[in-house]
Design a protein around this ligand. Structure first.
Ligand code: SF4
Length: 213
């Protein structure tokens, strides 16, 4: 079926939305030019009424090909960390601020490219609708792009990771690094330190969810 031409993703959101309906509708989205480059939209997935939602930047190469979020190396690192802090991956919802893969070629590889402010804004209606439908008690922003989109343009993950911040989007909002940044650590010692900090951040969320249940 030919893709509809739309200026705003909000035009595609059905009147009585549900996660399956908006996932299907997003396949027709042309609200920014990224639909031309990704293999497919990779929408959020997880428990429809999850207490905890993770928001990353965009899918990686593996996710783009698989059509599912957080299934590549960074997703596996997230899975291991969730297990370590006692959070069942089946009870969370994972998504990204941008639903198509933005990349640039490097040899035969497709290298991740940071989405622009305009692309993030164009895709925002999808994310806002996911949040409204899931109504998570806690949102964890993974990385600077997600944190700046959901918390504020001036927010610095390096300075305020692991801190709960006030938000209209969920009772609890916190940012930490994207797990892909841990995988890119320059050496084993740095990776171990970053892994511990990431685990500590997620443990804080796990404890808060338990305390305030
Ligand atoms: S990235 Fe988002 S706004 Fe852009 S075409 Fe894809 S779904 Fe639409």
């Amino acid at each position: 079926m030919a893709k509809r031409s739309v200026k705003d993703a909000a035009e595609l959101i059905p009147d009585r939305p549900s996660i399956p309906k908006i996932r299907a509708a997003a396949k027709e989205c042309r609200a920014c030019h990224l639909w031309k480059y990704g293999t497919q939209t990779v929408f959020g997935e997880g428990a429809p009424k999850a207490q905890l939602m993770f928001v990353g930047e965009q899918r990686g190469d593996a996710e783009d090909l698989a059509g599912h979020p957080f299934v590549g190396p960074a997703g596996k690192l997230l899975d291991r960390t969730l297990a370590e802090v006692g959070i069942d991956r089946g009870t969370v919802y994972v998504t990204n601020v941008v639903k198509h893969f933005k990349w640039q070629p490097r040899g035969k590889r497709r290298i991740h490219k940071k989405p622009s402010t305009g692309e993030i804004a164009a895709c925002r209606p999808w994310l806002d609708t996911e949040i409204e439908l899931v109504k998570p008690r806690a949102i964890v922003c993974l990385g600077a792009t997600a944190a700046q989109a959901l918390i504020g343009r001036q927010f610095k993950v390096t300075a305020h990771r692991g801190e709960f911040v006030a938000s209209m989007l969920a009772p609890m909002m916190l940012a930490t690094v994207h797990p892909s940044s841990i995988l890119r650590a320059p050496d084993d010692a740095t990776r171990r330190i970053e892994m511990k900090r990431f685990t500590d951040d997620l443990r804080k969320v796990a404890r808060a969810l338990t305390r305030k249940a």
